[in-house]
Design a protein around this ligand. Structure first.
Ligand code: BGP
Length: 491
């Protein structure tokens, strides 16, 4: 038997990309609710309004499309714009049907995020919104019916927007307390229903896109380092609270991890790989390893970054690190000092690797990198790992009879699962589970598009917001069912 018994096969989603119902039942706005749609060539934008003059406009959200708000402007939903998160693929009204489909595939785990602004509409409210809590009760009850273990991300690009407007997002220490209250509220409420939690999705995105990662509109490195520190402290407080509330709860870190290769054997390229790896791994060194690594402290010193800390912060980080390390990995990146690597305006940078195929969005398919990622992370932290995102975005074609022949997705997943199997059986990596990204079609985070689909289930919705939202099974649906039924043997 390759994969351990109880291996958590399943799929992953995020509220802002999947739930819709953006103002229903008392939900407040979150940062994703003010992001427009883009494409693989046009970046998404943040819309703003000046509350005094009522002037409106938009700005970039990082990643080479600079974020600049005019004096007095705040992020806001403005008339006449299309926001993909507002309806998304409407999990809010389809949850029973969707979870039944997951159950039919045999899912053991379903990763979803909780929309913080559904529970605390402004983020700093004294009391939670009961309707929001009740929605997730219904979702978790449905999961239980199908024997599916929820894995819940507390914050997946969903900082309540008023925390950005009133406090500057995670740059402010205040958010630590608001998050702790939120985490404690949901840990207590769902005790016995939810065992696995993640704090911040892709926490290292703070280095590239502070608005998405933490509702931060200040683009300075100083602000983002401070925001990251606040998230680390908040994570440790969540771990502490969870363990006090129930010894069964496990709270993990979530890291975006993309193994990097040097394009050439020029040592300068190799050093660049190390530099970029450090830029990612220091986040896990702190949150999972429990301490700021020396190379990061020196880097901050060189750059004149001074993170303000409260007494006891460093002890807290070392006493309450994450229980496990989860990560997203879609492919690798290839680096060189000899060419510019600005990327395609998405989450991916690097140059073309001549040995790898890419999808329409320039993401390189590289099954071997999953084994490399698992080994690197396990060697470094010796903590259980969980691949919580992997998959391939594709502009799927739905045939007249409703079928979708996504053999490219099956091929991608088959090879990735084989690589993951090698890491477990040949290298001894302790792996808890695998949740394929976007198991039911949802909105792309990077581009805001619908056409960049990942799912086993097709959702009838297009980039103009048209479609019935009806669900239909792709060919990969039955294939994945077979994979799960055989615990990864029959691919
Ligand atoms: C990760 C995010 C997800 C998801 C995925 C795919 O970075 O955690 O939210 O969207 O990438 O990216 P995209 O949607 O841009 O294709």
């Amino acid at each position: 038997m390759a994969f351990p018994e109880g291996f958590l096969w399943g799929g992953a989603t995020a509220a802002n990309q999947y739930e819709g119902a953006y103002l229903e039942d008392g939900k407040g706005l979150n940062t994703s609710d003010v992001l427009t749609a883009g494409s693989h060539t046009t970046p998404r934008r943040i819309t703003w309004e000046n509350p005094q003059t009522h002037e409106t406009g938009s700005t970039g959200m990082g990643f080479g499309s600079p974020m600049e708000f005019p004096e007095g402007a705040v992020p806001a939903v403005i008339d006449g714009e299309y926001y993909p998160s507002h309806v998304a693929t409407d999990f809010y009204h389809h949850y029973a049907e969707d979870i039944a489909l997951m159950g039919e595939m045999g899912f053991k785990a379903f990763r979803l995020s909780m929309n913080w602004a559904r529970i605390f509409p402004n983020g700093d409210d004294a009391e939670p919104n009961e309707a929001g809590l009740a929605f997730y009760d219904a979702v978790f009850d449905e999961c239980a019916k199908h024997g599916i273990e929820p894995l819940v991300t507390l914050s997946h690009y969903e900082t309540p927007l008023s925390l950005t407007i009133n406090y500057g997002g995670w740059k402010s220490r205040k958010l630590v307390g608001f998050f702790e209250r939120y985490a404690e509220t949901v840990f207590r409420r769902y005790r016995g229903k939810v065992k696995y939690w993640l704090t911040f999705n892709e926490i290292n995105l703070m280095s590239m896109a502070g608005f998405m990662a933490g509702g931060v509109t200040d683009t300075s490195e100083q602000a983002r380092a401070q925001a990251a520190h606040h998230q680390f402290v908040a994570s440790s407080l969540a771990v502490r609270a969870a363990h006090e509330i129930s010894p069964d709860i496990r709270v993990g870190q979530m890291l975006a991890y993309q193994p990097a290769y040097a394009l050439s054997c020029d040592p300068a390229d190799q050093l660049l790989v190390q530099e970029r790896s450090h830029a990612t791994l220091w986040y896990a060194d702190v949150q999972t390893g429990g301490a700021y690594p020396e190379y990061r402290l020196l880097e901050m010193k060189r750059k004149g970054i001074e993170v303000s800390m409260e007494p006891g912060d460093l002890e807290l980080l070392s006493h309450y690190p994450a229980d496990f390390l989860s990560f997203s990995c879609y492919g690798s990146t290839t680096l060189t000092t000899h060419e510019s690597d600005a990327g395609a305006g998405n989450f991916v940078f690097g140059v073309k690797n001549p040995y790898l195929k890419t999808n329409a969005w320039g993401w390189a398919t590289d099954p071997a990198c999953l084994r490399l990622a698992l080994n690197t992370l396990y060697d470094r932290y010796h903590k259980p790992l969980w691949i919580v995102e992997n998959g391939i975005g594709w502009d799927d074609v739905k045939e007249a009879d409703g079928s979708v022949h996504d053999s490219y997705r099956i091929d991608y997943l088959r090879e990735n699962i084989a690589s993951m199997r090698d890491a477990v059986t040949l290298d001894g990596v302790e792996l808890m589970g695998y949740t394929m990204w976007g198991c039911i079609d949802l909105v792309s985070a990077g581009t805001g598009e619908m056409r960049k689909r990942y799912g086993f289930v097709y959702v009838d919705r297009d980039d103009e917001g048209q479609g019935t939202l009806a669900r239909s099974k792709k060919d990969s649906f039955l294939w994945y069912k077979k994979v799960i039924a055989s615990n990864g043997e029959d691919t």
